[in-house]
Design a protein around this ligand. Structure first.
Ligand SMILES: Cc1cc2nc3c(=O)[nH]c(=O)nc-3n(C[C@H](O)[C@H](O)[C@H](O)COP(=O)(O)O)c2cc1C
Length: 241
């Protein structure tokens, strides 16, 4: 990989088409913005459970109890057939703590759907700033069956179901008029046939092969604990943060 020197404005990455002064001002603000300021919850890796699923459930449970904003939102990273990576945020739709597996849903024709069809492996990342906690998991991804898919879809709000029926995710949109027209048609379809599930709606299950827990510390003594699936169990390793 090529190393690129800082540009003359001092902002790593350069300022090719924009204003160097604006970029410098932004950089100053980034540097001044607090991060991992605390107070943050304690974490003792020596007392962590033998398997990662219960630790995930424990951290998510605390995030929910403490009203950490949207702790169910996570980043899903996939790779295309040629290796090009992409990431997007999604909603966590289910957890299997005993097996350290995570459920999410999307359209099979979307970018993630196309990636997963050719490379059924992915990573999920959560970051809960108020707790200074990051969780990363990675592993193979399976498509769940028709009944789970039906339940997942029919459990959504009518507006969310209608959006899925437009069947256009990740393709170019002509403009607001097309959006409005097709969304209204989809809403009418959902009202007329409330039990229908769009063909592309897919529920995926990622079974973690590795799971990593990062506990930030205001004085920068961060902790990282990685679990790796081995045979029928899990090994645990501390990592330099
Ligand atoms: C808060 C939030 C939650 C989202 N949840 C989902 C979701 O559960 N499933 C989904 O397919 N897209 C969800 N999206 C949209 C995705 O981020 C993304 O735009 C979309 O799935 C298309 O991405 P792709 O073409 O890379 O697959 C969500 C977006 C936001 C901002």
């Amino acid at each position: 990989m090529q190393r690129r020197d800082e540009d003359s404005a001092g902002a790593p990455g350069g300022t090719a088409g924009g204003s160097a002064a604006a970029d410098r001002a932004l950089l100053a603000r980034i540097r001044a913005a607090p991060v991992l300021a605390g107070p943050l919850p304690p974490f003792d890796p020596d007392r962590a459970p033998e398997t990662p699923g219960p630790l995930f459930a424990d951290w998510l449970g605390l995030a929910l109890a403490d009203d950490v904003p949207e702790p169910q939102i996570m980043t899903l990273s996939t790779a295309a057939a040629d290796g090009t990576p992409s990431a997007r945020v999604l909603m966590l739709r289910g957890v299997d703590s005993a097996d350290c597996a995570f459920v999410f849903a999307g359209d099979s024709g979307s970018g993630k759907g196309q990636d997963l069809a050719v490379r059924p492996v992915a990573a999920l990342t959560w970051y809960w700033p108020a707790h200074g906690r990051q969780i990363r998991v990675a592993g193979p991804v399976d498509v769940l069956g028709e009944e789970v898919t039906r339940r997942d879809f029919l459990g959504r709000s009518p507006a969310s179901r209608a959006a899925a029926f437009t069947g256009r995710i990740s393709t170019p949109l002509a403009g607001a008029e097309q959006y409005e027209r097709e969304q209204r048609a989809a809403e009418a379809l959902v009202a007329a046939e409330p039990e229908q599930v769009p063909a592309g709606h897919t529920v995926y299950r990622l079974r973690a092969r590795t799971a990593e827990f990062f506990q930030g510390d205001p004085s920068r003594f961060h902790l990282r604990l990685r679990y790796t699936r081995e045979g029928g169990g899990w090994s645990r390793t501390l990592l330099w943060p």
